[in-house]
Write a protein that binds this ligand. Structure first.
Ligand code: T5A
Length: 215
C-alpha cells in the first residue's frame, strides 16, 4: 500500500485519558486544516462494533485464547476496511488502542507468549504499524478511579467492564508491559498522564509539531 497519511495510536491503562486527549487533538489538527479519521479498537469497523459488544460484555464467559482472536478479528477488519483507506486518502488516523494493547493486555496481562502475539498482530495488520504511539502513563489505580468517576457522572449503569473488573495487579502488569514496549520501539512517546488534561495536551502538541511538518 502506498501510505500517504499519518497514523497515530493512543495507548495506556484504563481511564488514562486517551479519549480526552484525542478530542483535544481533533481541534488541533482541524486548526491545521488536516483531514482526520477518528477510530478505536475494538469497534472501529461495522463488524468490529458487533465484536466490541461481545468482547467487552463482562457477563460473557470468554477464554483468553478466544478473547485474543476476537481482538485480532476486529483488528484485521479494521485495518482493511478503515485504516488503510484513510491513510491512502492522506488522512491523519487517530486510533484509540491498536497492536500494543494486545501485547500489553493479552501478553503482559494474561501471560500469553509475546513473540507469538507479535506474529499474530503482523498477520492481522499485514505489518502496518503506527508512525507515532502516544503512551499515557499513570498508576492504574488512578486511571481506574477516573474511569469510575466518569461512569458515575455519565450515569452509566455498568461501571465495571470485562477489564476494569480485573484485580489491580493485572493492571499493574499492563502498565509495566506498556513501558517495556515503549523502550523497544522508537515510535513511542511516553507522557506522564498524572498531570492535568491541559498539560498532557500541551506536551503532546509540542511533540507532534516538532516531529511532523504540516503544510
Ligand atoms: N483491549 C483492547 C485488549 O485487551 N486487547 C486489545 O487488543 C485491545 C485493542 C477496551 C478494552 O479492551 C482492552 C483494553 C480495554 O480494557 P474501552 O472501553 O475502549 O475498552 O476502554 P479504554 O480504552 O480503557 O478507555 P477508557 O474510556 O476507560 O479510558 P480513556 O479513554 O483512556 O480515558 P478518558 O479520556 O475517558 O478519561 C477517563 C476520565 O478521566 C478524566 C476524563 O474527563 C474522564 O472522566 N481525565 C482526566 N482527569 C484528570 N486528569 C487528566 N489528565 C485526565 N484525562 C482524562
Amino acid at each position: 500500500m502506498d501510505k500517504k497519511g499519518l497514523f497515530i495510536s493512543f495507548e495506556g491503562v484504563e481511564g488514562a485519558g486517551k479519549t480526552t486527549l484525542i478530542k483535544k487533538l481533533v481541534g488541533f489538527f482541524t486548526d491545521k486544516k488536516q483531514d482526520i479519521f477518528l477510530t478505536r479498537e475494538p469497534g472501529g469497523s461495522e463488524l468490529g462494533k458487533k465484536l466490541r459488544a461481545i468482547i467487552l460484555n463482562a457477563e460473557e464467559k470468554i477464554y483468553p485464547s478466544a478473547e485474543l482472536f476476537l481482538f485480532l478479528a476486529d483488528r484485521a477488519q479494521h485495518v482493511e476496511e478503515c485504516i488503510k483507506p484513510a491513510l491512502k486518502a492522506g488522512k491523519i488516523v487517530l486510533c484509540d488502542r491498536f497492536i500494543d494493547s494486545t501485547l500489553a493486555y493479552q501478553g503482559y496481562g494474561r501471560g500469553m507468549d509475546i513473540e507469538q502475539l507479535i506474529m499474530l498482530n503482523t498477520l492481522a495488520t499485514n505489518g502496518l504499524e503506527p508512525d507515532l504511539t502516544l503512551l499515557l502513563d499513570l498508576p492504574p489505580q488512578m486511571g481506574l478511579e477516573r474511569a469510575k468517576t466518569r461512569n458515575i457522572a455519565q450515569n452509566l449503569t455498568i461501571d465495571e467492564g470485562r477489564f476494569e473488573a480485573e484485580a489491580l495487579q493485572f493492571h499493574q502488569k499492563i502498565r509495566e508491559g506498556f513501558l517495556t514496549l515503549a523502550k523497544q520501539k522508537k515510535r513511542f512517546f511516553v507522557i506522564n498522564a498524572e498531570q492535568n488534561a491541559e498539560e498532557v495536551f500541551y506536551i503532546v502538541k509540542q511533540h507532534i509539531e516538532k516531529s511532523f511538518k504540516f503544510e
